[in-house]
Design a protein around this ligand. Sequence first.
Ligand SMILES: Cc1cc2nc3c(=O)[nH]c(=O)nc-3n(C[C@H](O)[C@H](O)[C@H](O)COP(=O)(O)O)c2cc1C
Ligand SMILES: *[C@@H]1O[C@H](CO)[C@@H](O)[C@H](O)[C@H]1NC(C)=O
Length: 290
Amino acid sequence: MTDAFTLWSLFKDSTTLQAVLGSLIGFLVMHLFQQRRTAVPNMPMDERLMPGYRGGLSAATMPSDLPFSMGSKSQKTKNSKQPEKQKQKTEMLKRATDFANLLSRRRSCRQFSERPVDPEVVRLLVTAAGSSPSGAHTEPWTYVCVTNELMKRRIREIVEEEEEINYARRMSAEWKADLAKLRTSWEKPYLTEAPVIVVLMRQRSGGEAQHYYSEISVSISAGLFLAAVQNVGLCTLTSTPMNAGPALRRLLGRPPNEKVHLLLPLGYAAHNAQVPNLTRKPVEKIMVNI
Ligand SMILES: Cc1cc2nc3c(=O)[nH]c(=O)nc-3n(C[C@H](O)[C@H](O)[C@H](O)COP(=O)(O)O)c2cc1C
Ligand SMILES: *[C@@H]1O[C@H](CO)[C@@H](O)[C@H](O)[C@H]1NC(C)=O
């Protein structure tokens, strides 16, 4: 009783203690409130489709023949377990091989046919790219798809103007030597030949939106886009137009918090398209098992 009384008089007289307790209560209330506001309920992994996909795809289009089981459904009885597992293993190896082969055939294309690409295909390629993971699920990407001829010509002008200076003055001798095998130059005819120019914008933190690791997130999304493009037999070129970013952003009417991340001309490869004869590191050189 005396202790409680002593504590109370201490508290009554100390503004510091009062302030500390006050902010503690305030913090707890705010925390509880925020939890309720932002908490996302969990759901089974099997229902992986996110609402954003419902525009074009539905759960019915989910592959039902995944080589691995998401739950226990595919392993019905103990007796059928072994052959089922073996089948899954074979199927998995086949898919892994097919996918590796598909992606191995991807090349950066610098000569395009003018044959147009179905806009619905482009929309689905971007849908696939939008499935990318992102820091704190901030999805910091915008895929600006340009088919307008006038716009494409302006993009080419802006990029070539900067690239002419890049090749003449900004790039080191070593860089140019490394590029020699690709026979690239400041001229970018593919920017008007390709039926679509995809300008991938990265949203930076600012205003009300906070982004985390946005460079990594956007680059992963770009990788998924490249794989999706390869999967439908189209071609693209991963390109980074040095110093042309701000002018391109203004041309496309994108907000200042967006930055040009990559320029991805998209289309069918020209029938006589040529690519440098490059080799890739064998898997033994890029994989370390510990
Ligand atoms: C981040 C990045 C930037 C690139 N920038 C350009 C570029 O500005 N212009 C270009 O012609 N190629 C560019 N490339 C394409 C590379 O030259 C090409 O990927 C590399 O030579 C390997 O060839 P492959 O893509 O056909 O396998 C870039 C690739 C990456 C990943
Ligand atoms: C590409 O280069 C390799 C050697 O690195 C060679 O064996 C192959 O024949 C070349 N292919 C073509 C089409 O020139």
